[in-house]
Write a protein that binds this ligand. Sequence first.
Ligand code: AKG
Ligand code: FE2
Length: 350
Amino acid sequence: MGEIDPAFIQATDQRPKLNPTNPVADEIPIIDLSVLSSPDETRKVVSEIGHACKNWGFFQVINHGVPLELARKIEEVAKTFFELPAEEKKKVKRDMVNALGYHDGENTKNVRDWKEVFDFLVEDETLVPASPEPDDKELRKLTKQWPQYPPEFREVCQEYVRAVEKLAYKLLGLIALGLDQPENRFNDYFKDQQTSLVRFNHYPPCPFPHLALGVGRHKDAGALTVLAQDDVGGLEVKRKSDGEWIPVTPTPNAYIINVGDIVQVWSNDKYESVEHRVVVNSEKERFSVPFFFFPAHHVMVKPLEELLSDENPAKYREYNWGKFYATRNRSDFKKQEVENIQIHHFRLPE
Ligand SMILES: O=C(O)CCC(=O)C(=O)O
Ligand SMILES: [Fe+2]
């Protein structure tokens, strides 16, 4: 079995409980989107999503409109890409300047993740701050890089991204309605220069599943995440009611949706961005494909004024999305001495 590289070892209190003895009866809600053509049913779905965002921060959707054939094709190209020899994958390696492409050394909370990833932007190109420094106003252009193999990679990715983006807008609209806002309330933040990306995650089998994690506990920084997972399982969500880690059982053809930090701030804590992590498996590899719905770099994130009142004062001061994201990315490469940036750093005193 050999030795594990200490960079992967989680602190004792972060290590997963493997084979939990109690079967999990409590699951994140599954919501059927096929009924959205009727106004009454839409109201019901809006309310189900609102409850899920409040109680779990997570839900699954079925009958979501993303063609199954496309979901199958995307899984196939992702698998084929990760099977390529390391030298081939490294031709599209991400670096300090271009934050997109292939990467196999990501840290979450300063411990290395047992995974390799490939990231691509939703837009052909977008702008981001050149550095995390608050006074540096310079912007940098991000562009996609595509691997040469498999040859259909680019086309499949582009087709997939449009279908999932449509679903992401739909969900954002349903979340806006649940906050008593117009359905398009948030759309402008994404329309011009969104920084959204799709990630392919590959978690190889790990001989040390009791010590390492595929992704360490974290909250997603964006507005929403729309995640496809295969049938292996491994994603765990921290249950709000008691802090227990609850596995998300794979549901065929479903997407897992979670609200990120931005929705938490917009909703002034009505909805919470919940911690999650990925447990690895000593026998099986696992694939997942999150779509991270991120606004444009210039968006200032703050609680929605329409929701604020004397009884509900703003809980956060505003922050710039581009700088937040650039600061977060800095720790992906290098262990930092301090906790990476979190929304609680912008919390106002009560
Ligand atoms: O692979 C998964 O199920 C989730 C991955 C995840 O949480 C992330 O990439 O942010
Ligand atoms: Fe995540």
